[in-house]
Write a protein that binds this ligand. Sequence first.
Ligand SMILES: O=C(O)CCC(=O)C(=O)O
Length: 281
Amino acid sequence: MKKDMFLCDQQIMQWQTDGYLLLKHSIPHALIEAVRQQFAHMVDNIIRELQVEGLIQQDGSDLPFEERLHTVAGNYANRFGRSWRQQVLGQPIYDLYRTPALVSAINQITGTDVIGHPVFNARPKLPGQQLTVVPWHQDSGYFGSESEQALIPTVWIPLVPVDSTNGCLQLVIGSHRRGLLTHHTEVQEGQFLEVMDRFIDESKIVTCPMEIGDALLFHNLTLHRSTAHTNNKTIRWAIDIRYLRDGDDGGSVYWNDPKFKWVISSQTQPITSFEEWLSKW
Ligand SMILES: O=C(O)CCC(=O)C(=O)O
């Protein structure tokens, strides 16, 4: 392995063949904690709003982050959506994208400067909640057919330990080589896009339990889903972030300035500051 390169040759080969990589112990715990704090502010706002409306009495400020939203807001949590972006913008998200291990891995698999894609999602998955059960899909299903030739790697990062009982991710090995498949809007309340089960090769499904500090890197054409949370009263908190191979089409325009490019690492292009990044939302 060359100096400063996070991925070894075997991992690069696995990326090409399988369309995903589990990066163990790649995110510093202090950064995970900062992201959790950022999400906790949103939980504060939700609980305050429900109290003002007289829908709940307790604020549960003594409860751990893993339990508070579920225990205090219960089914009212659905009102605040299945994923958050604008609500949690801040330095921790900007810093997460700049995590050295991720920047190195993305540089290695794209072969270009490291560019941030604007689509990220903070995802609280509450126990027993149907709204956040995500069916089989490829991220390019959302980005449109122009993105089929693009490389838009996703990094999925749990903020609590995850396994098959609390909604960890499942992937279909090698599915990124199948091209963009047909997606339909599901009939469930989440109204996610889905690839029907009959197009999934069950023998290729891999379930990905993960610990805090781990990151799951996958291709925009890799089929994946997150299963139901059937376990206990703790929330499965996660965040998924995305990068873009420099020069590729990242899909629809998400920034308020269509020409904006979020440069995270480069020898030749100016690096985007936190203030500039924040001003583009
Ligand atoms: O976190 C989840 O439950 C689903 C994540 C997902 O499907 C994605 O990041 O594309």
